[in-house]
Design a protein around this ligand. Structure first.
Ligand SMILES: [Zn+2]
Length: 487
């Protein structure tokens, strides 16, 4: 028996000012073969899981590309085609295989392809034919198209946001596909379109209960797998929006009914799952009169994890002007400022221009006289069971503010972004993060409260104001009742 595996992903924000070219992959994850042993990147986690499971089950394993780029604007067409053709070329070269497993994101858009993953999986199906089992694991922030659903035998998404279950879902996918390959099951897939744009924070009720009910229903009464694809709202393409996926053992009617029922349940929860977001002024007031303990405030609009630049200065400027103290903020993607700090050295004082370099959605740069508190070359964060590079990282101090800057664009996942400089989270009354939700896994156990702030940015969370003319159907909350209005 032979198993073919590959991992390829990025998350495309069609409003992002960041071009996605070849370097975006090379800087983050790009391993042409054997990533399971050569990379500790979190996106290669499923490759490690599948190799281990496959070897235990007696498969020979052919590993193709593992590549990931930080979320940003559309991927250059030539770069996408080269990645796609690399995987498909490896699949052809592997000869006859019994099973194909892909770890993909599901929201990758190139300059001329809205549905990169659908194109890849459909082409793989063409190569291997209808008898070979193809399984696909997707980030829950994906766009589900008919093409990818038709081309896959089993398709599932992460269940958790923050995505702490990437490897667990890889284990599920291996088991489900191995059963199908061996003829023990006959998976069929149904999808229900929720017509919703939203963020669901899975540790919080009532979303927690929804996810737990999905998990509890799996593996019984013919239901093999259930997923809520949250969707990725900042993409003006026809398949944008949340969808429910149900995989059953040979019963398409059951899959359709189950998906539709979960979609209805989600719709009924919509008010209870809508975030309360602070304004800029409200966030500054928290920093000026902080409650006891540590308050973490997430700048969700400038989340690199959703394709934002991660160099916006709206909050920084307001905090400086208000004279906030016992406050930390980061991490600013600013390789130029990091370079200047490295050259000046630890302990140096210098005039530093911070952030605001990428475009209008980043605001204007902030000029401060700072002291360099620390320099950490080639810093990394832990994310799930893997690593995420940050590039060179510095902490500077200005007034009562500690500011972290780094050289490779990425969101904040862990308190280590600050604590790697010898400080403790508890040294601060307020900590401002450029991140939307993934920080929750690392920060929630240590923060007294977590608040979310909405300021301008390319991942602004006011979905009712998103302009998505290509969506092709009404979507809540742009309209109040997406099923009541003609498309
Ligand atoms: Zn995601």
């Amino acid at each position: 028996m032979k198993l073919f595996i590959a991992a390829l992903g990025t998350e495309t924000n069609t409003f992002s000012p960041i071009p996605t070219g070849r370097a975006a992959f090379l800087d983050d994850l790009y391993v042409e073969a054997e990533a399971s042993s050569r990379s500790d990147h979190w996106f290669a986690g499923p490759m490690r899981v599948w190799r281990e499971r496959a070897e235990a089950a007696g498969y020979a394993v052919v590993e193709s590309l593992a590549a990931f780029a930080p979320p940003g604007g559309p991927t250059r067409q030539d770069v996408w085609e080269a990645l796609r053709d690399r995987v498909l070329g490896d699949l052809k070269a592997a000869g006859p295989v019994d099973m194909v497993l892909f770890n993909l994101h599901g929201a990758m858009i190139s300059e001329r392809q809205d549905d990169c993953e659908g194109e890849l999986v459909a082409a793989a199906r063409e190569i291997v034919g209808s008898e070979v089992t193809i399984g696909v694991e997707l980030d829950l922030h994906c766009h589900l198209t008919d093409r990818i659903v038709t081309a896959a035998d089993v398709l599932l998404t992460y269940k958790e946001y923050p995505h702490v279950d990437v490897d667990d879902r890889a284990r599920d996918l291996f088991r489900l596909c191995d059963d199908a390959r061996a003829g023990r099951t006959r998976p069929v897939i149904a999808v229900a379109d929720c017509r919703m744009l939203a963020v669901w924070r899975t540790p919080n009720q009532p979303t927690r209960g929804f996810v737990d009910r999905m998990s509890a229903a799996e593996g019984r009464d013919g239901i093999l797998s259930l997923s809520l694809a949250h969707g990725f709202p900042w993409a003006d393409i026809p398949d944008v929006g949340a969808k429910v996926v149900a995989v059953t053992d040979g019963d398409l009617g059951l899959a359709e009914r189950k998906a539709a029922a979960l979609a209805r349940e989600l719709w009924e929860m919509r008010e209870a799952t809508t975030d309360r977001l602070l304004t800029l002024d409200e966030a500054v007031q928290v920093a000026l009169a902080p409650p006891a303990g540590v308050t973490v405030l997430a700048d969700v609009s400038d989340n690199a994890g959703a394709g934002s630049a991660s160099d916006s200065t709206f909050l920084l400027r307001a905090l400086v002007e208000a004279g906030a103290t016992r406050c930390a903020i980061g991490s600013f993607w600013d390789p130029v400022a990091v370079r200047l700090c490295r050259e000046a050295g630890e302990g140096a004082r210098l005039a530093l221009r911070i952030g605001g370099k990428t475009g209008p959605m980043s605001g204007d740069p902030v000029d401060l006289t700072v002291r360099v508190l620390g320099i950490r070359p080639d810093a990394v964060q832990t994310y799930g069971n893997g690593k995420q590079p940050m590039g060179d990282c510095v902490m500077v101090e200005a007034g009562g503010l500690h500011i972290v800057l780094n050289a490779l664009r990425t969101q904040v996942f862990q308190p280590s972004v600050f604590e790697q400089f010898g400080v403790a989270l508890s040294d601060y009354a307020t900590v401002f993060l450029k991140s939307a939700q993934h920080f929750n896994a690392g920060f929630a156990p240590r923060a007294d409260r977590i608040l979310h702030v909405a300021v301008p940015g390319s991942a602004n969370p006011d979905f009712s104001a998103l302009r998505l003319p290509r969506a092709g159907r009404p979507l809540w909350p742009i309209v109040a009742d997406p099923f009541g209005e003609p498309a």
